[in-house]
Design a protein around this ligand. Structure first.
Ligand code: NAD
Length: 495
């Protein structure tokens, strides 16, 4: 069990075993996300080809995670294919239902899940837009039901919309959100129940418009996709429509944008009623989509999608922005307490990191070492919830030593040793190492102070994070004290 800090305040725990009911596109994606986070998964799905399909999705997911977390060894959970819902959901704290989008079927199987799952288990549904109040209506204990609507591929996209129904207990939504957060996801709490939630209402509007454009012969499926991915799609990966339009208003921002483009809202630019899906339209879309795929298989296209997503997420991670800011190392890694310096951060010397001497400029060293400190805190379990509700670490002192040159394109990694942690002060020693020949390029010694989220004053760290940092520090105290630690600039005290 890996403790995580939940939005409700008290620590919640990641279940050691979860149950998945329905394992098509979405269920298999959930299986990958849980397993790669080290959690055991029991799956029930009557599809006779279940094992083969699951393995194909898992293979793609492992490949993507190998690229996204290149230096974090993944210790996968155990996969069990269960013969029935009853067997799948016993002895679990969390069930994720990903059945076909049919209300009658979901309601029937939710009742079956509830009959066999432990009383304290949360039951979540992946539904894209069915109302939770309707899905939970026939349940004996609807308080433990919540929607957790993910996005495909579930093992890479962090967004999950969390929406309770009338009878959902607020604690259920909070515990589900904590669990998803601990899986490296971004739970978006949908406060007002609505068909399609937030994201699918937006996607559906675009989709309906796109169908009209195909039906009216304005554009092909490929041209419509080009109109998205060469332009707005690139922006949408880090800024949503409102922020983007604020910028489109220039320095005067949103008011100017609304004044300038408000009148177009009256023009006949969109049609939100969907066109009739006639056989002719279906044939046209399917034929154009086949032409667009150019014979590349769905699994192959999935790998291309995953590689591009990993590249985008990786880039956003360097900006510590949007989805890049929620990327944590896998949950199970946080449990690794070892008497070795931790290798949690890697980078490559980018062209704009080079100064007039032709090597990495000074402030990039600070960036790399502070990213390594942030990676250590993630590793120890610091998450958005802890930052918001409890506190953070502020760096109060850094001593950098530059030992060898780092040229453009050089692959680097940082190892981090915890010298001490007394509850408030966290004393770190980092080594920056060239990948290719293990040359030590630089070291950094840092002192960080724990600060209370509300008062912004120094305070004791608390909960699972403090416990894990203490355990790490105790284990790493067995390591030799680095020669360069505790030195003054110049290497010796002033006479
Ligand atoms: P899918 O058709 O790919 O998978 C459904 C799976 O359920 C199939 O493998 C099927 O064999 C299985 N199944 C059918 N009856 C079952 C039963 N009685 N017990 C157990 N398994 C059963 O569908 P999907 O795209 O994975 O969608 C699943 C859910 O996730 C839906 O509610 C959907 O709205 C939602 N969702 C889908 C997407 C998406 O992009 N596909 C995204 C987010 C959410």
């Amino acid at each position: 069990m890996t403790p995580v800090s939940g939005p409700a305040g008290p620590a919640t725990t990641l279940p050691g075993r979860v149950a998945l009911v329905g394992s098509g596109v979405i269920g298999a994606g959930w299986a990958a996300r849980f397993l790669l986070n080290g959690i055991d998964v029991a799956v029930y799905d009557p599809d006779p080809e279940l094992a083969r399909k699951l393995e194909a999705v898992l293979a793609n997911a492992r490949r993507a995670w190998g690229r996204l977390f290149p230096r974090t060894p993944v210790r996968e959970g155990r996969l069990e294919i269960a013969p029935s819902i009853a067997v799948a959901v016993r002895e679990t704290g969390f069930v994720q239902e990903s059945l076909p989008e049919r209300e009658d079927l979901k309601r029937r199987e939710l009742a079956e899940i509830e009959r066999h799952a432990p009383a304290e288990a949360i039951i979540a549904s992946s539904t894209s837009g069915l109302l939770p109040s309707r899905l939970q209506a026939g349940m004996a204990h609807p308080d433990r039901f919540v929607v957790g609507h993910p996005f495909n591929p579930v093992y890479l996209l962090p967004l999950v919309e969390v929406c309770g129904g009338d009878a959902t207990d607020a604690v259920t939504s909070q515990r589900a959100a904590s669990l998803y957060r601990a899986l490296g996801m971004h739970p978006l709490l949908v406060g007002k129940e609505i068909d399609g939630f937030i994201a699918d209402r937006l996607l559906e509007a675009l989709w309906r418009e796109a169908l009209w454009l195909v039906r009216d012969g304005v554009a092909t499926t490929e041209e419509i996709d080009d109109a998205i991915c060469y332009g707005a799609g690139l922006r949408w990966s880090f800024m949503g429509t409102f922020l983007i339009y604020r910028l489109a208003g220039g320095e005067a921002g949103m008011r100017h944008f609304l004044a300038q483009f408000g009148p177009t809202l009256k023009l006949p630019w969109t049609r939100l009623e969907a066109p009739e899906l006639t056989e002719v339209l279906i044939d046209r879309i399917a034929a154009q989509s086949d032409a667009q795929a150019r014979g590349v298989s769905v699994r192959e296209l999935e790998r291309r999608r995953d590689d591009c997503l990993v590249a985008v997420l990786d880039a956003l991670r360097t900006q510590n922005y949007a989805a890049g800011a929620v990327l944590a190392t896998p949950a199970h890694a946080a449990a690794d307490i070892k008497a070795t310096p931790l290798s949690l951060h890697a980078a490559e010397v980018a062209p704009d990191w080079i100064d007039y001497n032709g090597h990495m400029t000074e402030h990039r060293y600070l960036q790399v070492f502070s990213d390594a400190a942030a990676a250590l805190l993630h590793h120890a379990g610091m998450d958005a919830c802890y930052l918001e509700e409890t506190g953070s670490f502020f760096t109060v002192e850094t001593h950098l030593r530059h030992l060898a040159e780092a040229r453009q394109g050089t692959g680097l990694h940082v190892t981090t040793q915890l010298l001490d942690f007394d509850g408030k002060r966290l004393h770190l020693f980092h080594r920056l190492v060239r990948d290719i020949d293990a040359t030590l390029l630089a070291t950094a010694e840092q002192m960080l102070l724990h600060v209370d989220a509300a008062s912004r004053r120094t305070a004791e760290a608390s909960g699972a994070l403090a416990a894990r940092l203490r355990a790490l520090a105790a284990e790493q105290a067995k390591l030799a004290w680095p020669d360069a630690a505790g030195q003054l600039v110049g290497g010796r005290p002033k006479m």
